[in-house]
Design a binder for this molecule. Structure first.
Ligand code: GSH
Length: 275
């Protein structure tokens, strides 16, 4: 296992690209988009270096980071042992996840054509819908200026409705309604344990963080109803059971702590290990 350090640590001038480096380097922060890749790396059990990118301090715009991700967002990954032995930089959590499962030839992305297609659909659904819409809900609920009351109310109502709709899509899918074949006879009998083929996959790892957030404290603002009550997420019982099932996994519990203050907080010697 490599050590870990913060981006732009003066003690290490080779934070991003360097011919002398090897292995996987994750540049991230413990946010729902960062969690997706942290969870997969921990599930894979591979060796990787984690580097905290403090987006609150604008580190995503630093020249070094932009070399790894021209879009200035976490997470980003550099694999110094990439294809043909050359380094490769990857942006976008879903693209990083597909790269990692293909590199490590594991079944977190099914090889069966139908199931692979289903898995990719949930990944794109997450990237294009669940992530940005839940993020916008959180923005208007928690981060928008307090005095912009009309704008905040509009944003919370609009994105709140969308988040409820997306929760209901996941809830109905997990309850066993519908599939991607259009054939009712192919629908599984009863609730699903996981999103694709009843097997844990990168679809679950990608969709879990934003759903998990809704039951947490991240979107609460003093003096206002908590996000979970405001959105009445209690109605999505299949979704909640799935969130709890995934949250129980030890790799997920580590994955959501990757880059939370320090690269791998559970390795900190001065803290009592939780896992
Ligand atoms: N679609 C991207 C979204 C990445 C993203 O929005 N990351 C946020 C943190 S959750 C970020 O880096 N924000 C910094 C900024 O907007 O300046 C992915 O899934 O990787």
């Amino acid at each position: 296992m490599h050590g870990g350090h913060e981006v732009e640590n003066p003690a290490c001038p080779h934070t991003y690209w360097c011919a002398l480096l090897d292995g996987l380097r994750l540049y991230s922060l413990a946010t729902p988009n960062g969690w997706k890749v942290g969870i997969l790396l921990e599930e894979l059990g591979v060796s990787y270096d984690a580097h905290v990118v403090n987006i609150g301090a604008g580190k995503q715009f630093s020249s070094g980071f932009v070399g790894a991700n021209p879009n200035s967002k976490i997470p980003a990954l550099i694999d110094h042992d990439g294809p043909d032995g050359k380094a490769v930089a990857i942006m976008e959590a879903a693209a990083i996840m597909i790269y990692l499962v293909e590199k490590h030839r594991c079944d977190f992305l099914p090889t069966d054509v139908r199931l692979r297609c289903e898995c990719l659909q949930w990944l794109f659904w997450q990237t294009g819908g669940q992530g940005p819409l839940t993020g916008n809900f959180g923005h208007f609920k928690v981060y928008a200026p307090a005095h912009e009351v009309d704008a905040r109310n509009y944003g919370v109502a609009r994105y709140g409705m969308e988040v409820q709709r997306l929760c209901s899509v996941l809830d109905r899918h997990l309850a066993g309604y519908g599939d991607f074949t259009g054939s009712p006879e192919l629908r599984p009998q009863g609730p699903r344990q996981y999103l694709v083929g009843n097997k844990y996959s990168i679809a679950d790892m990608a969709c879990f963080p934003w759903a998990f957030m809704l039951w947490g404290k991240g979107y609460n603002r003093p003096g206002q109803p908590d996000a979970k009550d405001f959105l009445n997420v209690h109605q999505y019982t299949h979704l909640k059971a799935w969130v709890d099932r995934i949250a129980e996994r030890p790799a997920v519990q580590r994955g959501i702590r990757v880059c939370a203050g320090s690269p791998k907080p559970w390795l900190n010697k001065d803290r009592k290990p939780k896992l």
